[in-house]
Structures are given as structure tokens and as C-alpha cells.
Design a protein around this ligand. Structure first.
Ligand SMILES: C=C(O[C@@H]1C=C(C(=O)O)C=C[C@H]1O)C(=O)O
Length: 285
């Protein structure tokens, strides 16, 4: 009697790499991964590298890395971390006017904000020294830098530490940008003043030959509906973690554009042409 075993097909899980900053909480907190998908988390530069080296199959990466690798990467057509105007968490902290800055400390966690800063400085014809250095903005400013670029949750906290505290009535229409001798320049707001368009910080990118399973997309869309529909709860949870007032975190979160709409793509393409002039056409699919 022959004993033919059915050949077992091994399905490798589809691997996601999430940058799990507070700004993606409305999508990632409620996300229930389908059984075919696994996920790791890390800072932007780590997740950029994980996607490019093939350690993960999809990641919400810095948009500039997507632009630089537009020949091999595609992005989900309806997911973004974007803003029209200020973002509050991509900040240049400085102690002199922008035109007089000599040494700016850059965080190694971020590819996107460094590229944006370079574009904004070039537009003004400014050429300060840019150096990698980690640490809190105020400590770096005290140690000889006159500008410090910070992103993400730390930047949000430090921004509030410099300009806060203020109440809900101050959040709109006008937020102070100076406190304790430090000016905070919001790079997304600078982009808005330059172009009048949204700025896209992150897209969900994957290698063109390895698109995500449809069930992941459906789960992400369901999660986003859930998260945006319960923004007060998401904000409350993260306000506690961050040690910030709930109204500040809620304002921070509702301000994001998560759907990569036409206006966002316009801003993304405009940035692509400025930051990576020889880039391949951007693919969304
Ligand atoms: C606006 C932000 O967005 C993030 C900033 C990124 C970057 O600087 O490379 C990458 C992903 C985004 O989610 C932020 O974290 O402050």
C-alpha cells in the first residue's frame, strides 16, 4: 500500500513593520491583524530599513524613503499620515532666528523630517551645519547647538513643555510658538506656507512584487473607522502615556489626514520633485 501524503504547502505569514507613534494610534491601536499577518514595531529609520532589506513586507515608512525607492515600492492608495498646516510633532527648536542658525542637531530616528528640513533650508538659501545627535531639545540647545530637530512623541511632549500649558480655547486659532527663550518652528506649517499643500509624512509601502493580502487592507480600514470614531478614547489613553492634557492630544490627532486624498498626493509629488528630483513615478495600488 502506498502512502501518499498530500504535499503540504507552507504559507509564510505576511510581515508588517509598524512605526507605532501616537500619530498612527487611530489606525494601529484598534487593528486586529488577520491570522495571515505578523507585525513588529520600531522607529521610522528602523522600519524603513526593514522594508528595504526584506525583513518585513509592508510598513508605514517615511514618505521620502518611498520616493527614493519608487522604482521597487508601491504604496497603499488610501492610507497616509499627513497634515495641512502644523503637525506639532516635527519641530525645529531654536534659540536664534532661522537665518542665523549655525549648528543644527538632527535625530537619527527620522528620514522624513531631515529631508523636509533640507528642502526648507535650501528654499531660504540657508546652509547651517547639520549633525547627528540624540537627546532632548533643551539639553542639546544648552550644549552648543542653536537648533535641534525632533520628531514624534518626544517632539510633541517637548513642544508642549516649551509653549504650554494652555487651554482648549488657545489651541485654535493661535498657538504660541515661543517659550523659555526657545522658538519652535513646525516644519509642516513651514511647508504649508511655502506650498499651500498638505505634507505627507508616511505612507504604507510594500514591494511591488509582494502586495499585502486583501484581508489586511480590510482590517486596516475597519481599524481606522474604529479609531477615528472613538478619537476621544484613543486620545485619553495616549494623553496618559504621554503625560499631556487630553485636549492637546485630541487636537493633535484630529489634525491628521489618514486617507491619502488628492490634495495629499499633490503635496507628496511636489515634495518628491524638490527632495529627490530624479525619482521614479510614484505608484499607488
Ligand atoms: C509626523 C510624524 O510622522 C512620522 C514621521 C516619520 C519620519 O519623520 O520619518 C515617519 C513616519 C510618521 O508617522 C511624527 O512622528 O512626528
Amino acid at each position: 500500500m502506498t502512502n501518499h501524503q498530500p504535499s503540504s504547502i507552507i504559507h509564510h505569514p505576511y510581515r508588517a513593520g509598524w512605526i507605532h507613534f501616537t500619530n498612527v494610534a487611530p489606525i494601529l491601536d484598534p487593528l486586529v491583524l488577520p491570522p495571515s499577518v505578523t507585525a513588529i514595531t520600531g522607529v521610522p529609520t528602523a522600519m524603513n530599513e526593514a522594508l528595504l532589506s526584506g525583513r518585513v513586507d509592508i510598513a508605514n515608512i517615511s514618505a521620502v524613503e518611498f520616493i527614493r525607492h519608487a522604482d521597487t515600492l508601491a504604496a497603499l492608495p488610501d492610507f497616509s499620515v499627513a497634515v495641512l498646516g502644523p503637525v506639532y510633532s516635527v519641530n525645529l527648536f531654536h534659540t536664534r532666528p532661522l537665518e542665523q542658525l549655525r549648528r543644527i542637531a538632527l535625530t537619527s530616528q527620522s528620514a522624513m523630517s531631515v529631508a523636509l528640513l533640507e528642502v526648507l533650508l535650501a528654499q531660504r538659501g540657508l546652509t547651517p551645519m547639520l549633525e547627528r545627535a540624540e537627546g532632548e531639545a533643551e539639553a542639546l540647545l544648552a550644549s552648543g547647538y542653536d537648533g535641534v530637530l525632533r520628531i514624534g512623541d518626544n517632539a510633541l511632549r517637548e513642544w508642549y513643555g516649551v509653549v504650554g500649558p494652555f487651554g482648549e480655547d488657545v489651541i485654535v486659532p493661535e498657538i504660541p510658538q515661543v517659550g523659555r527663550g526657545i522658538t519652535v518652528t513646525d516644519l509642516a506649517e513651514e511647508w504649508f506656507h511655502l506650498t499651500g499643500h498638505p505634507f505627507v509624512f508616511a505612507v504604507w509601502a510594500y514591494r511591488k512584487d509582494n502586495p499585502p493580502p486583501p484581508e489586511l487592507l480590510l482590517a486596516m480600514r475597519a481599524a481606522r473607522r474604529e479609531g477615528i470614531g472613538h478619537l476621544a478614547e484613543v486620545s485619553g489613553r495616549h494623553a496618559q502615556k504621554l503625560g499631556l492634557p487630553e485636549d492637546v492630544v485630541q487636537h493633535y490627532l484630529w489634525n491628521f489626514r489618514y486617507h491619502l486624498e488628492e490634495a495629499d498626493r499633490l503635496g507628496l509629488n511636489e515634495f518628491a520633485d524638490l527632495a529627490v528630483p530624479e525619482h521614479a513615478p510614484l505608484t499607488f495600488g
